[in-house]
Design a protein around this ligand. Structure first.
Ligand SMILES: NC(=O)c1ccc[n+]([C@@H]2O[C@H](COP(=O)([O-])OP(=O)(O)OC[C@H]3O[C@@H](n4cnc5c(N)ncnc54)[C@H](O)[C@@H]3O)[C@@H](O)[C@H]2O)c1
Length: 320
């Protein structure tokens, strides 16, 4: 199989490239390096079946050739996460909407199989946890830039599904929940690399909010395996799948476990959301995926628990 990964020099994309190469597939990556890095692809850059282009997913001539060559496309290129959504809502919306628009249009010409990476953010603060794929997508006021990421991904999903229902394009939507592991940068606010960095530096671990909010953290290698398997599952076309881990932890407990795993003597402090992201910032209290659907479809399973993941992230951070 010839796979194209947009955003393949990013965190999840680079792990997905590794999984696909190990499975014997050919991998072509396109990435504009806006948040990704060449360092992420160094481990397999010299692999015979690996190729990459530095470029934007909205570059139609470039993408036309890359999409034509591919058997399957994993569309991961995006402006990712809450911090960038708050600070750069225009880029978040433009990159995510225009990139997905170009990609689906090009894939549609030759009916190429496409997996679109979406996010658990589209569930908003859904009351019925664990969250199933048929739960309502909750959208929030457009005046709050914090929600621009969720809006962009919800519309990406809707456009993908429209290509499936109206034109028969085999699309799969994967809603990733918090995905963590080596190579994830803490620069854009992602909590585990940020707190691990603080613990290793002997700085206070800064928790946003009261820390009683909980999340479920999945190992990136498990998520990448799930994405690769979904893309090859014929019955997955036209469907939406949660991908993640369903073990829930509060952020206060996460900080304690990071301190224990790193042997740090850092204290823990709490910062009000308003101080970090501006007044009126809202976040979800819980976000637990129901993984029944992906388990049934592709036998998805998780192989690492949170303490394993923290150790791997800390080892990676220590190596610099
Ligand atoms: N990591 C998570 O916890 C998580 C959770 C939910 C969803 N996701 C989704 O998974 C995907 C990958 O996220 P990630 O965590 O690896 O983030 P990331 O920032 O590491 O990866 C995104 C990659 O896309 C590239 N990119 C951005 N705009 C581009 C453009 N216009 N053209 C080409 N490349 C571009 C970036 O340089 C980066 O390498 C994203 O679509 C994201 O929304 C991730």
């Amino acid at each position: 199989m010839k796979a194209l990964i947009t955003g393949g020099a990013g965190f999840v994309g680079s792990h997905l490239a590794e999984v696909l190469l190990a499975d014997g597939h050919r991998v072509h990556v396109v990435d504009d390096l806006s948040t990704g890095s060449i360092d992420n692809i160094v481990p397999f850059k010299a692999h015979r079946e690996f190729h990459y282009e530095i470029g934007a997913v909205t570059d139609v001539p470039l993408m036309t050739d890359l999409v034509d060559e591919a058997d399957v496309i994993f569309h991961l290129a995006a402006v990712v996460g809450v911090k960038l959504a708050v600070e750069r809502p225009v880029e978040t919306l433009e990159t995510n909407l225009n990139g997905t628009g170009v990609l689906l249009k090009l894939a549609g010409r030759k009916k190429k199989r496409v997996l679109i990476a979406s996010t658990s953010e589209v569930y908003g603060d859904g009351p019925d946890q664990p969250l199933r794929e048929d739960a309502p997508v909750l959208l929030y006021p457009t005046v709050k830039s914090r929600w621009s990421y969720a809006w962009s991904k919800a519309i990406d999903e809707s456009l993908a599904m429209a290509h499936w229902t109206q034109r028969g394009l085999p699309v799969i939507v994967a809603r990733l929940f918090n995905t963590v592991g080596p190579r994830q940068t803490g620069r854009y606010g992602m909590v585990i690399p940020r707190l691990v960095h603080q613990a290793l530096a002997g700085e206070p671990l800064t928790i946003y909010g009261d820390g009683a909010q909980s999340r479920c953290f999945a190992y990136v290698g498990d998520v990448a395996r799930g994405l690769a398997d979904l893309a090859l599952c014929p019955e997955a076309a036209g469907q939406i799948f949660n991908v993640g881990n369903d073990q829930e932890v509060t952020i206060n407990d996460l900080a304690r476990r990071i301190i224990r795993a790193t042997g740090s003597s850092s204290p823990v402090t709490h910062l009000p959301y308003g101080q970090v992201y501006g007044e009126g910032f809202e976040d979800m209290r819980r976000r637990v995926p129901d993984l029944t659907k992906i388990r049934r479809a592709v036998g998805y399973r998780t192989t690492k628990d949170l303490d394993d993941i923290i150790r791997m992230v800390a080892d990676h951070a220590r190596r610099g």
